[in-house]
Design a protein. Sequence first.
Length: 498
Amino acid sequence: MVKALAPRIAAVVVGGVLLHLAFPPRTVWWTAIVAFALLWWALSGVRVRRAAWLGAVFGFAFYLAHLMWIQDFLGRDYGPFPWVGLSLVMAGFPALGGALVALAARLPAAPVWGALAFAAQEWLQSRFPLNGFPWGRVAFGQVEGPFLPLAAIGGAPLVSVAVVAAGFCVAAFLQRPRRVVGLVPVVVIVLVLLAVPTPPVDAQDGTRTVAVVQGNAPDIGLGLFSAGRTLRANSLAETSVLADRVRSGAVARPDLVVWPESSLSTDGVDPAVDRAVDALGVPFLIGANYEAGATDTENAVVVWNPGTGAGERYAKQELVPFGERIPLRAVTQYLTPFVALADFTPGTAPGVLPVAGTRVATAICYETAYDHVLRDGVADGGSLLVIPTNNAWYGRGEMTWQHLAMSRLRAVEHGRAAVVAALSGASAVIRPDGSVVARTGLYTADTLVEPVPLRTELTFATRWGAWFEHGLALAGLLAAAAGYLLRRRELSRTSTGA
């Protein structure tokens, strides 16, 4: 069987790697279309079980390449088990996608239904198990391509569906080039992309000048467990540099200063931070491990005002499994260094904070992969996105650039400028059209000071994104179900000789 399937296996392995190559830091977004064209060819005419197996190989090849940064992070202490193990688990979702595509392929306009069916597994991936792991969604690899404006209409789910459909439709047409009708879906996709307008970038409620302070962190991997004082000292030192530049007139006085995730541990009292904030005379948003009680610690963003100190805060809702919350500790102690730490307390309120005369929608690091976090903050009045993050654990691998791509997509999805503040880089200021105005390098102390537009208009994706996502997933599942019933009917007719 393996020998007979060898060309198809080779195709899905190459396809999985090509899908990874579509993601930043590269700009070859179109390799994703080639990847899904190869997947469609490999799945054509095979039974559901084999389609699931081929989908699993496709997914494993993709995640093994895409999650290499886990090996960079944990490989020295834990070997390849966390990296390979997570890749194997995640391969189960494309396996389901392959099975659903094989069922939907029996319908008219099969590539389109197949794309919906395959993308339905991303809906599941974002929720199960343990609140899901939405990393590596197809849409996050499209921030340099023509599909990005679709995010303002249907968010990440629509972008994913469109990319998969493009690849499937191209492959289906190449398989039967004489069938002109097979070219129709390709033409429709091109026309839709041409019709979607470029996201607006103009201010609707004035502008704010934002300073992003990147104090830097040492590139010491797990050594960061004991580097809390260094992170705080670095942020304070770079803020002092910023204050000197403001006093000298080298840069404009900002309206808001942002510190990255995990810049300090605090219970809301820190005289040195008070002095830094008072020196600039403007409010700060500070990413902090916040001691909310005797036993509760939150990964939070804290509003720190001149004169009054720490005020309102947002606590991270979507905690990193095996990092900020540890399920099955007896087992996972062999897979993660964080098992010795107590779980963070998750937040329950939308991520929106009043600061600098506006409302800021915020998501902390990993949360950017989830659709609902920033959507809820923007729907609650957020006119600017602020995303503090700590990527210092993961060294110089691709994790930083994969995460930055998510923030770029979210800017387009919600029609908001986005500010990414990273401990060790890359910090960035992003326009509402997803383009990067300015960014820092890795493992360097730096500060960005940029004006950003405030926007109040809600995109279709912000208003209806949740329903749109559920609708696309449901359409894909219904297509697969219809294909299954059609197959059952064909088998019944064959058995009765009809």
